[in-house]
Write a protein that binds this ligand. Structure first.
Ligand code: BGC
Length: 721
C-alpha cells in the first residue's frame, strides 16, 4: 500500500471531541488516466474532493482491534478530479478516540488521542507519468464546523464558523497496524419518512418514524444564520405518551445544528443513533416534519432469507428480527445500537449468528470481525467478552468467548466454506487449551466467571443483573453453563480438525472425559429449563427423551412459559420440537402474553427487545438502566422458524444437500420460508386446506423431504405435496 510511505498528520492542540478538517490543494496539469486515494484515520472520517463526497462508506474506517488492525480504504477518484483540486478530510472521534462508557476500560490509555490522518493520493496521467501526494507537512488543518462529536455524544455543528487553516503537523503513530479494507462498507441503506408529528402531553414536539432503526436524521431547511435546530432521539414513548430516552444511559444522542444563512441540508457524519422518535427541542422558523427524514445505516449485506405467514403478528415479529439485525450489524455485530454500549458482545453475536446467516449473506461481515477476534485473543488463549476488545481480563467467559468456535462452525455449515474453520482453527485450539488453566475442576469448566444464563426469568423477585452477584444471574448453575460450552467448543475443534486433516485424537479423549465428568456431576441436578435445554442440545445426556419430556412438563407446569435467558432460549424450541413437543414450541412462539415472542409485538414493538417485558403490561418500563428496544438475542428464534417450522436445514455443509422437514401447527394457516443458499434458492411453504396440508417445496440440489413421517429423496426442482 502506498499509504505506508505517508506520514501521520495531526492538528496540534485540538480537543478530542472536535473534528478537524485536513486540506490539501493540488493541480493536475495533464489529463488523468486513473487516480486513487488510500486513506484512514484514528477515528471516523469523511473525505471530499472538490466538494463531492469520496465513496459511500459511512463512519469509515470502521471499528477494528485498533492496537493491531486499522483498515485503509482505497477509492477511485479520477471522476472527481479537475485541474485545480481541493481534497478535504474531516476526522471525527469515532470509536478510536471514543469517550467510553464509564464501566469499561478504554483500549487507548490516552482517552484524548488527537485526531490523526494518513493518506496517499496516486495519479497516473495518460502520458504514463505518475504522481503521488502523501500526507505530510504540506497539508493544512483547521477546526471544522463540527464542534463536538462522538459515537455516544451525537453531534454539535455550527455552520457559521469559518475555518482558519494552518499547517498540519507530522506525528508519531504506528503504521504497522494498517491493513487493506476487509469488512463490507457501512452505507446508507434506505430512507424512512415521518409517520406522524405531534405534541406530547408534556407539550413537547415529537416526530414518529414508525420504525425503530439505526442511522441518523437528515433535513433540508431555509433558515437565518445563527438559528438553531436541536433534535433528540428516543426508541419509545412512556406510558403517558411522553418522550423518553433514559434507557440510553450516558449516551447523549442529540444533534445540535446552528444554521448558516439560506437554504441548507445536513445529516450527522460522525455518529449514529438508535431511534424511532425525534424530539424537536429547538427549530428555525418554518421548520416542519416535512423537512426531515431518517436514514438507515448498516453494513452492506445481501438479503438471503424471507419468512411470511398468514398471521399478522408473526409477520411483524419476523420483520422485527430483520430490523434488529440491520440495526445491529453496523460494522460489527453489536448488542444494541442506542445506549452507551453498542459493543461487539461475543455472546449476543454467537446467539444470533445462525439466524443472521439465514437472513443475510454475512460472510464478509464475519470474516472481518473474526479476524479482530483473533487479534484480540490474549496470549494465554482468553477471548475477550467484547470484540473489538475493551474490557479487562477476568478468567472465564463461557458462552460468550465460545463465539470463537461457534461462529466459524456456523459459517461453515451455512456457506460450506472451509476457510472459516482453517482461519480460526489455531484460535479455537488456543481457547480450549486456556480453559483447563483456569478451571477449578479437571475435565469440567468450573469456578470461573460467566454471565450464566443472562436475564433468565427463573431468578429471584428482587433480581437485578447490575447489582446481584454473578452466581444469581438466573438460577442455572454457572459451572454447568461453563462446562456445556467447554464440551461444545472441544467438539467443534474435533469436527473442524477432522475436516482440516488434523490429528484430533487427543481432543477426542478430552471430549470423552468432559462428557463423562459432566454426566457424573450434573445428570441429577438438571433443575432449570436452561440446564435441561443445554444438556439436550449439546448431547450430554444418556436419556434425551426422558429429559425432554421433563422439560416439556416443567414448561407446562408453569403455565406454558419460558424461563430461559440469553443462553438457553436459542435452543429451547429446537429441543422441544426434536423430542416430540412441537406443540409446546409453537405455543411459546405464539404466546401473546409476557413472556412470549408476540408480547412485544402486541405492545407495538418494531424491533426485538432486550427484555421480554421491556414495556410491562401496565405500560411501565422494565428499568432505565438496562433496557434496550433493539437487542437481537431473542430474535434467534427465526432460525427455528426457518429450520424447523419450515424445516429447511443443510444436510451437507453450505446446503450442498438439503433436508426439508417442516413441522406445521394448526394455529397458523400458512407459513413460508425462502432461502438463497450458495447453491441457489430453497423454499418451503405449507398451508392448511380443507383436506390436509399443502406443501410447496423448491430446491436447487438433491434434497431429503420428510413430511408426515414419510421420506422422499428428490433432485433439483419444484414439488407439491
Ligand atoms: C449487553 C448484553 C451482553 C451483556 C453481558 C449487556 O450489557 O447488552 O447483551 O451480552 O451485557 O452479559
Amino acid at each position: 500500500m502506498r499509504i505506508s510511505s505517508a506520514s501521520w498528520i495531526t492538528m496540534p492542540g485540538a480537543s478530542s471531541t472536535t473534528a478537524p478538517i485536513f486540506r490539501r490543494r493540488f493541480r493536475c496539469r495533464k489529463s488523468v488516466r486513473t487516480a486513487s486515494l488510500e486513506v484512514t484515520c484514528d477515528g471516523v472520517y469523511e473525505a471530499k474532493l472538490n466538494g463531492e463526497r469520496v465513496g459511500r462508506f459511512i463512519l469509515a474506517p470502521g471499528w477494528t482491534e485498533y492496537r493491531k488492525r486499522l483498515q485503509v480504504q482505497t477509492y477511485d477518484i479520477e471522476k472527481l478530479l479537475k485541474e485545480d483540486n481541493v481534497l478535504e478530510v474531516t476526522v471525527g472521534s469515532g470509536w478510536y478516540r471514543r469517550t467510553n462508557a464509564p464501566w469499561t476500560k478504554t483500549q487507548n490509555p490516552d482517552e484524548f488521542l488527537p485526531a490523526m490522518l494518513i493518506a496517499a493520493l496516486y495519479i497516473v496521467y495518460t502520458d504514463g507519468s505518475e504522481e503521488t501526494i502523501l500526507t505530510d507537512g504540506d497539508w493544512e488543518v483547521s477546526e471544522s464546523e463540527v464542534t463536538l462529536n462522538g459515537i455516544f455524544i451525537g453531534e454539535d455543528v455550527d455552520m457559521t464558523r469559518v475555518p482558519i487553516f494552518r499547517p498540519a503537523v507530522i506525528c508519531d503513530h504506528p503504521k504497522n497496524i494498517l491493513i487493506p479494507q476487509e469488512g463490507p462498507e457501512v452505507r446508507e441503506q434506505e430512507t424512512v419518512y415521518p409517520r406522524s408529528s405531534f405534541r406530547t402531553p408534556r407539550g413537547e414536539w415529537v416526530i414518529d418514524f414508525g420504525q425503530n432503526l439505526t442511522g441518523y436524521m437528515a433535513f433540508d431547511i431555509s433558515a437565518h444564520a445563527g438559528e438553531k435546530l436541536c433534535l433528540s432521539t428516543a426508541e419509545v414513548l412512556d406510558k403517558d405518551g411522553n418522550f423518553y430516552n433514559a434507557n440510553y444511559r450516558s449516551a447523549r444522542s442529540r444533534l445540535i445544528y446552528v444554521c448558516r444563512e439560506g437554504r441548507q441540508s445536513y445529516k450527522p457524519r460522525f455518529t449514529f443513533f438508535g431511534f424511532r422518535y425525534l424530539r424537536v427541542d429547538a427549530y428555525p422558523q418554518g421548520f416542519s416534519a416535512e423537512n426531515i427524514r431518517a436514514i438507515v445505516l448498516h453494513s452492506e449485506m445481501t438479503r438471503t432469507g424471507w419468512l411470511h405467514s398468514s398471521d399478522r403478528m408473526l409477520d411483524r415479529l419476523f420483520s422485527n428480527i430483520v430490523w434488529s439485525q440491520k440495526g445491529n450489524y453496523l460494522d460489527i455485530p453489536t448488542d444494541c445500537p442506542q445506549r452507551d454500549e453498542r459493543y461487539g458482545w461475543t455472546g449476543d453475536g454467537q446467539i444470533f449468528c445462525r439466524t443472521a446467516t439465514y437472513q443475510y449473506d454475512v460472510r464478509q461481515f464475519f470474516r472481518k470481525w473474526l479476524a479482530d477476534m483473533r487479534a484480540a485473543q490474549h496470549d494465554n488463549g482468553w477471548v475477550p467478552e467484547v470484540i473489538p476488545s475493551l474490557t479487562a481480563y477476568k478468567p472465564g467467559g463461557g458462552a460468550w468467548s465460545d463465539a470463537v468456535t461457534i461462529i466459524p462452525w456456523q459459517l461453515f455449515e451455512t456457506y460450506g466454506d472451509l476457510s472459516f474453520l482453517s482461519d480460526m482453527y489455531p484460535a479455537m485450539e488456543k481457547w480450549i487449551a486456556y480453559i483447563p488453566t483456569v478451571s477449578t475442576d479437571k475435565d469440567l469448566w468450573t469456578g470461573c466467571w460467566t454471565y450464566g444464563d443472562w436475564l433468565a426469568l427463573d431468578a429471584p423477585e428482587d433480581y437485578h443483573p447490575a447489582t446481584i452477584e454473578l452466581s444469581k444471574r438466573g438460577f442455572s448453575s454457572d459451572d454447568l453453563v461453563l462446562s456445556v460450552f467447554y464440551a461444545n467448543s472441544v467438539d467443534i475443534v474435533i469436527r473442524s480438525g477432522e475436516l482440516l486433516g488434523k490429528d484430533v485424537s487427543g481432543y477426542r479423549d478430552l471430549y470423552a472425559r468432559i462428557v463423562s465428568a459432566y454426566k457424573a456431576r450434573f445428570s441429577e441436578r438438571l433443575n432449570t429449563q436452561t440446564e435441561k435445554v443445554l444438556t439436550l442440545h449439546f448431547g450430554l445426556t444418556d436419556d434425551p427423551q426422558r429429559l425432554a419430556d421433563a422439560l416439556a412438563a416443567q414448561i407446562a407446569d408453569c403455565g406454558t412459559k419460558l424461563q430461559t435467558g440469553l443462553v438457553g432460549t436459542p435452543y429451547l424450541l429446537h429441543e422441544l420440537s426434536r423430542y416430540g413437543h412441537g406443540d409446546i414450541a409453537w405455543s411459546l412462539l405464539l404466546r401473546k402474553e409476557y413472556p412470549g415472542w408476540l408480547y412485544s409485538v402486541s405492545k407495538g414493538a418494531t424491533t426485538i427487545w432486550e427484555h421480554w417485558d421491556g414495556i410491562r403490561p401496565d405500560g411501565s418500563f422494565w428499568d432505565d438502566d438496562m433496557n434496550s428496544y433493539n437487542h437481537y438475542a431473542y430474535g434467534s428464534v427465526a432460525d427455528w422458524v426457518f429450520g424447523v417450522a419450515c424445516g429447511i436445514r443443510p444436510m451437507k455443509p453450505g446446503f450442498a444437500q438439503v433436508l426439508i422437514a417442516p413441522q406445521p401447527d394448526r394455529r397458523v394457516a400458512s407459513l413460508s420460508a425462502v432461502l438463497d443458499t450458495v447453491h441457489g434458492r430453497v423454499s418451503s411453504a405449507w398451508s392448511w386446506t380443507d383436506n390436509g396440508i399443502r406443501y410447496e417445496i423448491e430446491t436447487p440440489v438433491k434434497t431429503k423431504i420428510v413430511i408426515g413421517g414419510k421420506t422422499h429423496i428428490v433432485e433439483k426442482g419444484r414439488y407439491l405435496l
